[in-house]
Design a protein around this ligand. Structure first.
Ligand SMILES: [Zn+2]
Length: 255
């Protein structure tokens, strides 16, 4: 059984932070029914070349960005960015038109580009920020993260990638690790982010890699898992198989 919305699920809309938290349900062909996703996921990419996001720093961000397909803005993109920025979805980037309404003084830019994720059918809106003269330039990808996977689908690995945590399914598909609203993840320090990740790893092991839904029970996670997630060893980029997560639960070590 996958994600079950809490009783009295509320739409939470915040045009000031440009994100909208909601539940979408999709049945992408080839994946099958049962995927549910929520709003509010933002991936920031700071490196750019010729106005395009460069993801060389992270092979996982690159894998995800590369699979996105450009498309015309639609109602789901408007829901992602909020009403304040909605009109800008239709304005060209300064690289394509220096006279664009979202261009600033000829070479600055605050445009939006729209895509969809062909794996999940989810909307993606990428916000380009470039200061005049280009001293600062980045892209923030606004999209939805999964609340669950089709019945029977199983986690193959959990990926620590800087501040971003990904998971890969047994068919090799990359997704953001499901995340409850307001409960983000972290590694390599003592605090709320690593505590939530440790609880999530415990839950993944308990579920044997099935039914990976966001949110964890309150209370302290397993001490061995938390000790590793909070340690410097957990900071660097690494992909942990389900067997390694089970070993971590048993022994406190991944090897
Ligand atoms: Zn732009």
């Amino acid at each position: 059984m996958g994600y079950q919305p809490p009783h009295g699920l509320q739409l939470v809309y915040d045009p000031n932070n440009g994100s909208c938290h909601f539940v979408l349900y999709s049945e992408p062909p080839g994946i099958g029914p049962g995927i549910a996703l929520n709003g509010g996921k933002i991936l920031t990419i700071d490196k750019t070349t010729d106005g395009k996001a460069v993801t060389a720093g992270s092979p996982y961000a690159e894998e995800w960005v590369q699979r996105l397909e450009p498309c015309a803005p639609d109602a789901l993109h408007v829901a992602l960015v909020g009403s304040k920025d909605a009109a800008a979805l239709w304005h060209p980037c300064v690289y394509d038109d220096p006279q664009s309404p979202v261009a600033i003084a000829g070479d600055g830019c605050v445009c939006w580009q729209t895509f969809h994720d062909p794996v999940t059918w989810m909307p993606v809106a990428a916000n380009h920020f470039r200061t005049v003269s280009g001293n600062h330039e980045n892209w923030r990808y606004h999209t939805c993260s999964p609340l669950g996977f089709p019945d029977g689908e199983r986690l193959a690995s959990l990926i620590i990638d800087g501040g971003q945590i990904w998971i890969r399914n047994q068919d090799g598909t990359l997704h953001f690790l499901p995340e409850a609203y307001g409960a983000g993840y972290g590694t390599g320090y003592g605090g709320g982010g690593p505590t939530e990740l440790a609880r999530m790893i415990e839950k993944i092991v308990q579920q044997d890699g099935y039914d990976i839904t966001p949110g964890t029970a309150s209370g302290m996670p397993d001490r061995k898992i938390l000790a590793w997630v909070s340690s410097p060893a957990a900071k660097h980029r690494q992909e942990l198989s389900l067997d390694q997560l089970k070993r971590l639960r048993r022994t406190g070590m991944i090897t």
